[in-house]
Design a protein around this ligand. Structure first.
Ligand code: FNR
Length: 384
């Protein structure tokens, strides 16, 4: 992993190692992918203030997210089908995050189950919930997350219906994947990935198969998933889910100030300013471009997190300066996983940590908790 110096290096390595249909699943957005691109591009518009001749020794990146200590305020985002980037992907990523001292969030749509991840970790992880129309299944998932001692529930609000992703359709990415001749050849020329995948028992969506009514295998799962995301999800559902869960609750997928106000009133512990990594509403603004407005509006009432487009430590700092208490990375850790399993996820986190540390210092600060708007170069605005 030594010459993998940037998240983009990990991405190129993952592209070589992971079959195209699964690599593209991660590296894609909805429809024209304009929001997916904007998430990344808009970060570079935010300029940092260079400061000199200040004491830059003894720096600290340690902070908290929803009251939990973190070695840096960067969590792993929930990502579905992570176990397709690398065999046992969720278990490996959870272990890497645990050793690094940052939160790992397991998706409802994961390959490894809540119980699989709990069996290989010692500290609590976070669980992401999709609300399905089958409420018995949802209640059961919440109870399983509690039994596994997950310390936060991340409730995703921006997937009441599933947006179209053209790359997945073109690649035949269904459950089970279409075994076309190009797909078979593509897998066969990636023996490392294949060996891992055929050497593991965990190749299906284990949170769901065998738990949801009538879902016994991958084929029945496909039909079930297509009709299960609840299009009637409402703020009333947030109430009963909060009550049933009874622990820390994070609302994911807030991109609008009015929704942020509602979220702050809901009694949740944090919101994630997010557009699902550009995978849902194509044409929506980038997460970073709306972060400041939302943080200024409700940041005194609820903890603000964000995700979408973070590809470096500089991006982490930009988001923290604009009001986020913590951020999440999705694709950066998936690229790491595809590139090199657990070691690849650790490399992704190390890259970001090193960049964040250097950037903090060159901005003249020593403690990440001091990140604020005064560290941004904005000649058109008076310093706060
Ligand atoms: C996601 N995301 C996501 N979010 C969620 O709440 N539940 C999920 O199951 C998934 N699945 C998923 C799969 C893949 C392949 C990706 C890339 C993303 C969205 C994710 O949590 C996060 O919002 C974005 O990934 C953040 O953007 P970046 O960091 O990937 O740019």
């Amino acid at each position: 992993m030594s010459m993998l110096l940037t998240i983009d290096d990990l991405k190129q390595r993952a592209r070589q190692r992971v079959p195209k249909m699964f690599f593209d699943y991660a590296d894609s957005g909805a429809l024209t992918e304009s929001t997916y691109r904007a998430n990344e591009e808009d970060f570079s518009k935010i300029k940092l203030r260079q400061r000199v001749l200040v004491d830059m020794t003894n720096r600290s990146l340690a902070s908290t997210m929803i009251g939990e200590p973190v070695s840096m305020p960067v969590a792993l985002a929930p990502t579905g089908s992570t176990g397709m980037q690398h065999a046992d992907g969720e278990m490996l990523a959870a272990q890497a995050a645990e050793e690094f001292g940052v939160p790992f969030t397991l998706s409802t749509m994961s390959i490894c189950s809540i119980e699989d991840v709990a069996s290989v970790t010692k500290k609590p992880f976070w669980f992401q919930l999709y609300v399905m129309t089958d409420k018995d299944f949802v209640l059961n998932l919440i109870d399983r997350a509690k039994a596994a001692k997950c310390s936060a529930l991340v409730l995703t609000l921006d997937l009441q219906i599933l947006a179209q992703r053209h790359k997945d359709v073109r690649n035949g990415l269904t459950a089970p994947p279409k075994m076309t001749i190009p797909n078979i050849i593509d897998m066969a020329i990636r023996p490392g990935w294949c060996l891992g995948m055929f050497g593991t028992k965990r190749r299906t969506f284990r949170n769901i198969v065998g738990h949801a009514k009538d879902v016994k295998d991958l084929s029945s799962l496909s039909a079930w998933t297509n009709e299960q995301f609840d299009p009637k999800l409402s703020w009333k559902d947030v109430e009963w889910i909060k009550e049933r869960w009874g622990g820390k609750l994070i609302l994911k997928g807030i991109l609008d100030k009015e929704d942020a106000v509602m979220a702050a009133k809901s009694g949740a512990d944090a919101i994630i300013v997010s557009n699902h990594g550009g995978r849902q509403l194509d044409g929506a603004p980038s997460s970073i471009s709306v972060l400041e407005e939302i943080a200024d509006g409700v940041g005194d009432k609820i903890e603000i997190h964000m995700d979408g487009g973070i590809r470096s430590g500089q991006d982490v700092l930009r988001a923290l300066c604009l009001g986020a208490k913590g951020v999440y990375i999705g694709r950066p850790f998936l690229y790491g996983l595809g590139a090199g399993g657990k070691a690849g996820v650790t490399t992704a986190l190390e890259i970001i940590r090193k960049e964040l540390d250097t950037t903090l210092a060159l901005c003249g600060k020593r403690d990440i908790r001091e990140a604020g708007k005064d560290m941004l170069y904005r000649p058109d605005r008076p310093l706060p």
